[in-house]
Structure formats: structure tokens, C-alpha cells
Design a protein around this ligand. Structure first.
Ligand SMILES: Cc1cc2nc3c(=O)[nH]c(=O)nc-3n(C[C@H](O)[C@H](O)[C@H](O)COP(=O)(O)O)c2cc1C
Length: 192
């Protein structure tokens, strides 16, 4: 039997969304899907008709999606309305907010980064989620570094790991793998 196909199309600025997308792909391949992963900065998607599920991912900077991921939604939104769609974003801010107990702020940004984007393009995704991200002090501008320097003491208790010198990663890989597995059951339980 031919394998069902999944497209993971994403935009990234600092690279976190790339490795998150790769991990999602790994789980979905293990579950028997054929998965194409596209970094929208490097490759264009011409056609989405062959895909059973389309996962769109974006890093967040100053509350904004990447322009490439937004352009993808813009271009394909008429077709995406009739497809199974899932959305994730990579957020460096989430873990810090969770650690500080800023639950109202988390609800606000979840709506802004996910629900508002979906409704802007009139999509009804089978799942949407916000994963962690990275703070890379080697790539950061001066102003942000100053702001983040004052947060550094919160990094370890908030669950960030220094994966390379100056790179702090708040992603929870179990959470990422779990989401991918949940998508599989949602693919089969969704009528589209
Ligand atoms: C200048 C700058 C602005 C950022 N703004 C936000 C933000 O508004 N909200 C947030 O959750 N994370 C923010 N972050 C953290 C990013 O979400 C994090 O770096 C994430 O890994 C971005 O995804 P990417 O690595 O795929 O580009 C910001 C990071 C930088 C360097």
C-alpha cells in the first residue's frame, strides 16, 4: 500500500524550527508516513494536493511569524481550507512565562500566535501548539542581549539547557514527539 504523505513547511530565523520539524518528521516516518520537510527560505512549495496532512511551522520574533511561513499560508489558504492542517510555532518566551506563572500572558500569546493566525486564513486546524525555542546570544542584537541578560538567572529553573556556549534551548523533546503521535490519531479521526 502506498504511504500517506505529510508536508512540513516551515520558516525559521535562528534554526530552532528546523530541528523541531525534523523531530516531528522522524516520529511520523516511524509511524509509516512519507514526510517531506521544507525550509521555505530554501525551497518553494508548488503543489500541496498530494499531502494528507500539512504541518506549518514558524519561529516567533517580536510576536511575529516569519514572512516565509506567512506567505505560505497566504498562497495556499484556499486549498488548505479543504485539507488537514496542523500548526506549530517556536517560542523562546513561553518557558520563561510559564516559570514566572504569567498564565494570562501565555493565553494572550497563544491566541495571537496560533488562533488569530488560523482565523485570519479561515483555517480550522486539527491541532495547534506552541513549542519552546532557543535564545542564541551569539546571534542576538545588543538591545535584546541586554534584556535577556537580566533573564539569564531564570533560564535554568525555567528548563532551558545550554546546548552550545551562549545557546539556551527550552524545547521539551518529549512534548514535541507526543504532539506528532497525537497528530497521527487525529488524521484518522478527522472527516476531511
Ligand atoms: C530579537 C528576538 C525577538 C524575539 N521575540 C520573541 C517573541 O516576541 N516571543 C517569543 O515567544 N519569543 C521571541 N523570541 C525567541 C524566539 O522565539 C526563539 O529564538 C525561537 O527559537 C525562534 O524560532 P526560530 O529559531 O525557528 O527562528 C525572540 C528572539 C529574538 C532573538
Amino acid at each position: 500500500m502506498e504511504k500517506k504523505k505529510v508536508l512540513i513547511a516551515y520558516g525559521t530565523r535562528y534554526g530552532a524550527t528546523t530541528s523541531t520539524a525534523e523531530e516531528l518528521a522522524k516520529v511520523l516516518r516511524d509511524e509509516g508516513f512519507e514526510v517531506k520537510v521544507v525550509n521555505l527560505k530554501k525551497e518553494k512549495v508548488k503543489d500541496i494536493t498530494e499531502y494528507e496532512l500539512i504541518i506549518i511551522g514558524s519561529g516567533i520574533k517580536m510576536n511575529m511569524w516569519t514572512s516565509k511561513a506567512k506567505a505560505f499560508l497566504n498562497k495556499f489558504s484556499p486549498e488548505l481550507k479543504n485539507k488537514k492542517v496542523a500548526i506549530f510555532v517556536s517560542s523562546g518566551g513561553r518557558a520563561l512565562m510559564e516559570y514566572k506563572g504569567e498564565h494570562d500572558e501565555i493565553s494572550r500569546i497563544t491566541k495571537k500566535y496560533l488562533e488569530d493566525q488560523a482565523s485570519k486564513y479561515d483555517l480550522n486546524p486539527i491541532s495547534m501548539t506552541m513549542f519552546g525555542g532557543i535564545w542564541d546570544f551569539n546571534q542576538m542584537g545588543k538591545i535584546y542581549r541586554k534584556i535577556l541578560d537580566s533573564e539569564k538567572e531564570n533560564f535554568a529553573p525555567a528548563g532551558f539547557k545550554e546546548t552550545e556556549p551562549g545557546v539556551y534551548d527550552s524545547r521539551n523533546w518529549d512534548e514535541i514527539r507526543k504532539w506528532a503521535k497525537e497528530l497521527v490519531s487525529k488524521i484518522y479521526n478527522n472527516p476531511i
